[in-house]
Design a protein around this ligand. Structure first.
Ligand SMILES: Nc1nc(SCCc2ccccc2)c2[nH]cnc2n1
Length: 159
């Protein structure tokens, strides 16, 4: 991993029973796809703090009870030396009404009918582990943003 520089990102889920809150990314990285809420971990904040901040900024809801780590993902892209290390969290609770922001348009989805064709292609591989309460560690090597050249995904018991 020495020739790659790794940057830290978060993704956070807001789940209510069999409904999952996703956001339609209106601009920037991943624009045009539904995703969980997240972004860069800034200097001076922990990944957990970054996850809570991004949920508030992007979906307009406040996390209650903190976030639980559910997965770690590493994304690399052909020809790009920067690897994205993404820490995936699930909020223990939330308060407020999801509100559209400049970045994201939030919408509730039934976990049985997620819009996978409008999400990143790796999502349909690891979401099922998260949705049944499992924890995961995965890495995906992309050609562009649509084609996965190689991947490794495993369920883990603890982090
Ligand atoms: N689900 C998912 N998410 C991402 S990026 C998530 C982290 C991020 C980065 C920049 C801005 C906001 C959020 C992915 N990249 C490649 N496959 C992927 N799958």
């Amino acid at each position: 991993m020495s020739e790659l520089t790794k940057k830290l990102f978060t993704l956070a889920f807001i789940r209510e029973g069999n409904r999952l809150l996703l956001g339609y990314k209106k601009r920037g990285f991943g624009q045009g796809r539904w995703n969980a809420f997240g972004g860069k971990v800034e200097a001076g904040e922990t990944p957990e703090e970054a996850a809570v901040r991004e949920v508030q900024e992007e979906a307009g809801v406040m996390v209650v009870g903190g976030v639980e780590k559910v997965g770690e993902l590493l994304f690399t892209f052909e020809g790009d030396p920067t690897a994205m290390h993404v820490m995936v969290f699930s909020a223990r609770g939330y308060t407020g009404t999801p509100t559209e922001s400049e970045e994201m348009k939030p919408q509730w989805f039934s976990v049985d009918s997620l819009p996978y064709s409008l999400m990143w292609p790796d999502d349909e591989l690891w979401y099922p582990i998260y949705l049944r309460g499992g924890k995961f560690r995965g890495r995906f090597h992309f050609q562009g943003h649509d084609k996965i050249l190689s991947e490794k995904l495993e369920e883990v018991q603890t982090f």
